[in-house]
Structure formats: structure tokens, C-alpha cells
Ligand binder design. Structure first.
Ligand code: UDP
Length: 241
């Protein structure tokens, strides 16, 4: 029996519940709901919650094995993940290896250009402001993080990117870009939080370049569920090498 308590928060893709066993832990429940373009486009992706819980679990475990501090504790059911209670830092760290999405629009660059060095971008997590991009001075002025904390977020985001790129590459998946969120636990430790899934990353097939992520939903490309399932299949496949 899962010791699920009161609902604390409902987001677009997940619901957070109290965990009755320990006040320092909470449960993340993964929904099938999908949104895009600031919530303007709404829908459901069949079994997405189950797939994203499994994929996130696998990737958080992988990062933990590499010494990255995450909020992950355990996967306790198909759709429920037990995590450490954190105060989310209202910053989205975006790491990019290949040009796509908003980077392609901002500079008029073609999608698919491989960046010489990964780019880390910082955005303000604010729905009313539509998540504006921030530079370091904005982060300090808004008191979202200190200089040292921001340096840690940037360094950790790059490390996470390297670990995930290597793991996914062995499974014929190219990590194009991803969004990371961090939070602070009761002792003030900064932990990687949220999820790492086809909702929050772009994955392209290494051989064909086919998109296997939420862009299929955003752009009505079809085969949305199949693509999430394909990422799941490859992530749980043992490395081909
Ligand atoms: N992303 C996300 N949530 C957001 C914004 C972006 O998970 O609120 C992810 C997105 O799936 C992609 C990466 O971050 O993997 C970069 O997104 P981009 O800035 O290109 O914006 P988009 O094209 O999604 O509007």
C-alpha cells in the first residue's frame, strides 16, 4: 500500500502528494496530460505517465551512480515516484547540443546544426511572464540564486549532459537538448529535481534523425505514443556495445 497523503500541488504533467511515511519525502504522480505552447495546446498521450516515470527513474539512477545529487528515492508504482521534498529553484536550465526549437527561431539557424560546445541557457520559471530568458545578473537581481549556486547549476547541468549523452548514444539516441530543474532540500543541498523524459528533452534517432519526443505532439507529427514507447524500449535495452 502506497502511503499517499494530501495533494500538495498539481502541475501540467504531474501531481505532488504528501508521503505519510516521512515528512521529508513526497510522491510525484505522472499523468498522461500533455500541454505545449504555454498550455495553449492540450491533449493526452496514452501511457505517457507510466513511460515517463520509468524513463526518469532509469535516468535519475544513472545520474546517481555518477555522483549527481538528485531528488529521486524510489519508483513505488507504475505512475508514482518517491522523491525528496525540495523547494524548486524557479529557474529552468536548458542544455543544448544541437540547434532546435527556440534556439533555431532566435538566431534563424537551421535545426540540426551541431554546436561546437554545448550551450547552457537560463530561463525564469514563470507562467505569467512566459518563462523569459535570464542572464546571470538577472538571476542575482531577482534573487533566484546566488553567484555560487548559479555556477553550481551550470557546472552540474553540463555534467548531467555528458553522462546522458554517452548513455543515450549507446542506444542510438541523440540528446538534442533538455530542460533541467533543481531544488533545495531541508538542509539546503541543491538536488536535481522534476523529471527527465521525452516531455523535457529532445531525442532524435541517431541513424534517421527521426524525432522521438514531445515535438511529435507539439507539431502534430503523429506516432506520438509510439515514439515515447520507442525511447522507453531503447533506454531499457542493454547497451548495444
Ligand atoms: N523544455 C521544457 N519545458 C519548457 C521549455 C522547454 O521541457 O517549459 C524543453 C524542451 O522540451 C526542449 C528544451 O527544453 O527539450 C529546449 O526547448 P526550447 O527552448 O527549444 O523551447 P520549445 O521549442 O520547446 O518552445
Amino acid at each position: 500500500m502506497i502511503k499517499k497523503g494530501r495533494q500538495l500541488y498539481e502541475g501540467k504533467a504531474k501531481i505532488v502528494y504528501e508521503y505519510k511515511g516521512d515528512p521529508n519525502l513526497v510522491i510525484q504522480f505522472f499523468k498522461d496530460d500533455a500541454t505545449a505552447f504555454d498550455g495553449v495546446k492540450k491533449g493526452k498521450i496514452g501511457n505517457k505517465g507510466i513511460i515517463n516515470n520509468s524513463i526518469s527513474t532509469r535516468l535519475f539512477r544513472l545520474l546517481g551512480e555518477h555522483g549527481i545529487a538528485t531528488h529521486f528515492v524510489d519508483k513505488i508504482s507504475e505512475r508514482d515516484m518517491l522523491v525528496k521534498l525540495v523547494q524548486i529553484i524557479p529557474i529552468e536550465m536548458i542544455v543544448r547540443n544541437i540547434v532546435a526549437g527556440s534556439l533555431s527561431k532566435r538566431f534563424g539557424w537551421d535545426e540540426g546544426i551541431v554546436l561546437k560546445r554545448p550551450i547552457v541557457e537560463v530561463y525564469y520559471k514563470s507562467d505569467p511572464l512566459h518563462d523569459p530568458m535570464l542572464n546571470d545578473e538577472h538571476v542575482m537581481a531577482l534573487e533566484l540564486a546566488t553567484e555560487d549556486e548559479l555556477a553550481y547549476l551550470r557546472k552540474t547541468a553540463r555534467e548531467i549532459n555528458e553522462i546522458l549523452c554517452a548513455f543515450l548514444e549507446e542506444r542510438d539516441l541523440v540528446l538534442v537538448d533538455m530542460k533541467l530543474e533543481f531544488g533545495k532540500d531541508a538542509e539546503g543541498n541543491i538536488l536535481l529535481a522534476d523529471e527527465i523524459s521525452p516531455d523535457t528533452c529532445r531525442y532524435w534517432d541517431k541513424k534517421t534523425g527521426e524525432k522521438l519526443d514531445k515535438d511529435r505532439f507539439r507539431r502534430d507529427l503523429g506516432k506520438v505514443e509510439e515514439s515515447y514507447e520507442e525511447v522507453y524500449r531503447r533506454i531499457f535495452l542493454e547497451s548495444s556495445r
